[in-house]
Design a protein around this ligand. Structure first.
Ligand SMILES: Nc1ncnc2c1ncn2[C@@H]1O[C@H](COP(=O)(O)OP(=O)(O)OP(=O)(O)O)[C@@H](O)[C@H]1O
Ligand SMILES: [Mg+2]
Length: 368
């Protein structure tokens, strides 16, 4: 068991800065997810922890041990890759046993570990099959099993589910979470899928262009994103961003576009301590799709309601995803499935102005 610490870690490939001054303290037994768009440095970070990439600057510790110069095989980690290439000529048992045989483990110990991992993963009845006789999900389980038998201090997983179809991915997601609860091991998990990050991580690390943007528990990040990027990346459909000017009238704060204005709920305005510095300036209003309602079904206060054009509605059964526009502003809402909003017609929507975010137009940082 061990935590993992990254201290000012940078990785350069020539002119490309793949990871830029990353600081991260992963606790023992924590399930931490590195998430971000393609090319943001997730795999590079993981591969440095594994010892598969040299670190340009900084330090990495596993437990208390500085591992910068320790080769991968001595780091007590096990890695599951996206492309989990099993040995095609070996059966499942031997695919899982192979690494232990190489390390000269006694036969009885190998047998114990392989069978225990197989039981945990529900693949005991597949031990004598060859990989080609398995489904994608079963192969994925074998790949995880191969890592489990090593009984490592830290599991590193790089998009291990991305080769699976959507349904299987959801199922394996839940299984990996349960497995983590049983194994009680530190896991560093890489994905570009924000849903995976939200559902699996004890904490999430959001990265962009090699830079860690925010570290926190899933809901902490969802509720309090530090900048426009994180706000737009976590959550689906993504948060709406509307260019506005911030106004103050008597004690009330308003956001105004050329086409409409909305009063910020006083409770929310009070939470934004720096709000006065932005009065009269351009700001970005952020509001999540679930915080915009069909005003005919859930009427909000008049000063938070606008009549907008319904561009497209997508009935999902449990809800309707509705795309609206009003002047230059466009926004998406998750509204009640019984809505009468009709494509091409106007419809009133109410904004929950207690749930809004304001961002600095220039820095794109949240206004706190
Ligand atoms: N061997 C290399 N030589 C040069 N540049 C590299 C090398 N490996 C990665 N990079 C660059 O480093 C950056 C980070 O790459 P990395 O593979 O860590 O991204 P990622 O977040 O894992 O992306 P993806 O989601 O596509 O897997 C990218 O700009 C990439 O082009
Ligand atoms: Mg990658």
């Amino acid at each position: 068991m061990a935590g993992v610490t990254l201290e000012r870690v940078t990785k350069r490939y020539g002119n490309v800065i793949a990871v830029n001054n990353a600081n991260l303290e992963i606790k023992d037994k924590e399930f931490i997810v590195l998430v971000g768009p393609s090319g943001c440095g997730k795999s590079t970070t993981l591969r440095m922890v594994a010892g598969l990439e040299e670190i340009t600057e900084g330090n990495i510790y596993i437990g208390d041990v500085l591992v910068n110069d320790i080769p991968p095989k001595d780091r007590d980690i096990a890695m599951v890759f996206q492309n989990y290439a099993l040995y095609p000529h070996m059966d499942v048992y031997n695919n899982m046993a192979f690494g232990l045989k190489l390390r000269k483990f006694p036969r009885a110990e190998i047998d114990r570990r392989v069978k225990e991992a197989a039981r945990m993963l529900g693949i005991e009845n597949l031990l004598d099959r060859k990989p080609k006789q398995l489904s994608g999900g079963q192969r994925q389980r074998v790949a995880v099993g191969r890592a489990i038998v090593r009984e490592p201090k830290v599991f590193l997983m790089d998009e291990p589910l991305s080769n699976l179809d959507a349904k299987l991915r959801v199922q394996m997601r839940a299984e990996l979470s349960k497995l983590h609860a049983r194994l009680q091991t530190t896991v560093i998990y890489v994905t570009h899928d924000q849903t995976e990050a939200m559902t699996m991580g004890d904490r999430i690390v959001v990265m962009k262009d090699g830079v860690i943007q925010q570290i926190g528990a899933p809901l902490e990040i969802y509720d309090n994103p530090v900048n426009v990027f994180v706000a737009g990346f976590i959550g689906t459909p993504p948060m709406n961003f509307i260019d506005c000017v911030l106004l103050k009238e008597e004690d009330d704060y308003w956001v105004k576009t050329p086409a409409f204005r909305l009063k910020i709920h006083p409770d929310r305005a009070r939470q934004i301590q720096n709000i006065d510095a932005y009065v009269g300036k351009e700001v970005i209003l952020g509001i999540r799709p679930e915080d915009i309602h069909d005003a005919k079904i859930s009427p909000g206060p008049e000063d938070a309601t606008v009549v907008a054009m319904v561009d497209v509605t997508e009935p999902m059964g449990s809800e309707v995803i509705a795309y609206f526009s009003k002047g230059d502003a466009q926004f998406v809402a998750r509204i009640d499935p019984h809505t009468e909003a009709t494509d091409g017609e106007e419809h009133p929507v109410s904004f929950n102005m207690k749930k809004i975010h304001l961002f600095d137009k220039e820095t794109e940082l949240v206004i706190k």
